[in-house]
Write a protein that binds this ligand. Structure first.
Ligand code: FAD
Ligand code: NAD
Length: 473
């Protein structure tokens, strides 16, 4: 059978765009179908707006803390509408990169409309049926809205509408203290908004090193965020203009009254109404597409990548998986996903980042040998900038190589790739000793870790022997 396309890609977000442009660059006939905005979540309602928003929020925090530098200023007003206007300006600057015009220029045929898979080689958009040898599903995810009593009776915010806000709330109640709740909740607090975060989990940053949660809890409390952890959300009640959230914590009933509510309780994959199960693509119990390690679904010519597959919902993961889909769907290389060296950064202030194993996962897998822990307050640049809250923890595996790293600090997201490279190259942690780091930089903390390792391994008998050989009178 002759197909109109080599590849049909459904969804023009972080995953789909990379598959479409990569495959077209190789000469494949590609149709990319998008039902809403080109660029998907990351550009329009995820990474780009959230990080642009956080720049303003963190700036406000720095202005409030400027006294310590001898700079005395007062913030006259914070205009959320203006801040959000800038956020949309940043989206507009980046949007041409993901635009229909650019993709058509790259040789991709772009169709705007809702796609539905009709058979293993046919996709329907409106009245059109398109055919392809291979299909890639990269339809992303959306906010999970659980059934909480009264939630459907109030108007609430999610990542889809929060960046449209044009007034400053008095009290923002945040349901969920995962990355979205933490980044946006802390951001609004920095803008002077009263913020209460509610989560069922006993601690914060549960996917990071065990030391991170308690440290960041202190940071948030110092910022003035009210934290209700280990809490069950019972009911939400609209009271005139206010929203009341009733929570149960330690057998006590607590009522929180705010004027805005952000729901950040996780994500669900966009797999409904796509016709997937009808043609034999299997979903797991939570609705995510099941694939093998080559990212092939149960229907072998249908691949999937990005949030719709998981297990990590990051733009860099969608991009990584997209690269693999190209290798497998076009070149049939049989490449398999490897999730060993995935970086995670949460853009709180300070940032929290890790790559490879945490101490606890390394121990669980019986790979753990030791850790090196260096507090940021030992670093001269951090002292100069008063960014001393944080640490570097290197995880060393049984073979003596680096297998994981956690960094907390103002520049953690920018510095974590140093550890990624060492882990990927299976290097020993003393490798940083042979690198000349610029002084003063926070990344020198890696060299400090190497020196600490050397010092730790330098037993007293070795020191005595060396003294005798080198300095004998
Ligand atoms: C507030 C927030 C902040 C984030 N911050 C970060 C961050 O700092 N760093 C990071 O790495 N990740 C971040 N993420 C996660 C990141 O945005 C996602 O992991 C990434 O966008 C996933 O890409 P994707 O291609 O899988 O899905 P998406 O980008 O969601 O793209 C899927 C596309 O498919 C389209 N679609 C769906 N169904 C159909 C259909 N039937 N027909 C046609 N089109 C369809 C959708 O309209 C959408 O455009 C953040 C997410 C949120 C919500
Ligand atoms: N910096 C980044 O890379 C970044 C930033 C934002 C979002 N993201 C991506 O988006 C994904 C979604 O983020 P998220 O924060 O919405 O989801 P999440 O699943 O990471 O966190 C949701 C939080 O809500 C809590 N929760 C869930 N149901 C609850 C209930 N009924 N009552 C009380 N608490 C409840 C959970 O304990 C959890 O802490 C992330 O996993 C991440 O992959 C990434």
């Amino acid at each position: 059978m002759k197909y109109q396309n080599d590849l049909i890609v459904i969804g023009a977000g972080s995953g789909g765009l990379v598959v479409a442009s990569g495959a077209a660059a190789l000469g494949a006939r590609v149709t990319l179908i998008e039902k809403e905005k080109m660029g998907g979540d990351c550009l329009n309602s995820g990474c780009v707006p959230s990080k642009s928003f956080l720049k303003g929020a963190h700036l406000a925090k720095e202005m409030k803390d400027a006294d310590q530098f001898g700079i005395h200023s007062t913030i006259e007003s914070i205009e959320i509408g203006e801040l959000m206007h800038r956020v949309h300006g940043v989206i507009d600057q980046i949007a041409p990169h993901d635009s229909i015009e650019r993709y058509e220029g790259l040789g991709v045929s772009v169709v705007i409309g809702e796609a539905k898979i009709k058979s293993k080689h046919e996709v329907v958009v409106g009245s059109k049926t398109l055919t392809a040898k291979n299909i890639v599903v990269s339809t992303g995810s959306k906010p999970y809205i659980p059934k909480i009593k009264g939630l459907d009776q109030v108007s609430y915010l999610t990542n889809l509408n929060i960046f449209e806000m044009n007034h400053t709330p008095k009290h923002l109640i945040v349901l969920g203290a995962g990355p979205i709740g933490l980044e946006l909740g802390q951001g609004f607090r920095h803008l002077g908004v009263e913020v209460t975060m509610i989560d069922q989990s006993k601690s914060l940053f549960t996917k990071d090193d065990n030391e991170v949660g308690p440290l960041m809890e202190k940071v948030l409390l110092k910022d003035g965020v009210q934290l209700l952890l280990n809490s069950k959300i019972i009911e939400i009640i609209k009271e005139n203009e206010a929203i009341k959230v009733i929570v149960e914590k330690d057998n006590n009933r607590i009522e929180i009254i705010g004027d805005e509510l952000l729901v950040a309780l996780g994500r669900i994959p966009n797999t409904q109404d796509l016709g997937l199960e009808e043609i034999g693509v299997k979903l797991n119990a939570r609705g995510y597409i099941q694939t093998n390690k080559k990212l092939q679904t149960h229907v072998k010519n249908i691949y999937a990548c990005g949030d719709v597959v998981g297990p990590y919902q990051f733009t860099h993961m969608a991009g990584y998986q997209a690269g693999l889909v190209i290798r497998n769907a076009i070149f049939h290389l049989g490449s398999k996903v490897n999730y060993y060296n995935v970086p995670w950064t949460t853009y709180t202030k300070p940032e929290v980042a890790h790559v490879g194993y945490t101490e606890q996962t390394a121990k669980e897998l019986n790979l753990f040998k030791k850790t090196i822990h260096v507090p940021l307050e030992s670093n001269d640049r951090a002292k100069a900038e008063n960014d001393v809250i944080g640490f570097l923890k290197l995880i060393i595996g049984k073979k003596g190589t680096l297998i994981g790293a956690t960094l907390v600090g103002e520049k953690a997201g920018e510095m974590i790739p140093i550890a990624s490279l060492a882990i990927q190259q299976k290097l020993k942690p003393n490798v940083f000793m042979n690198i000349i780091f610029s002084y003063p930089t926070e990344s020198e903390i890696f060299k400090t870790a190497s020196l600490q390792l050397l010092r730790d391994s330098f037993k007293p008998w070795k020191a005595n022997l060396l003294k005798k050989i080198l300095f004998k009178k």
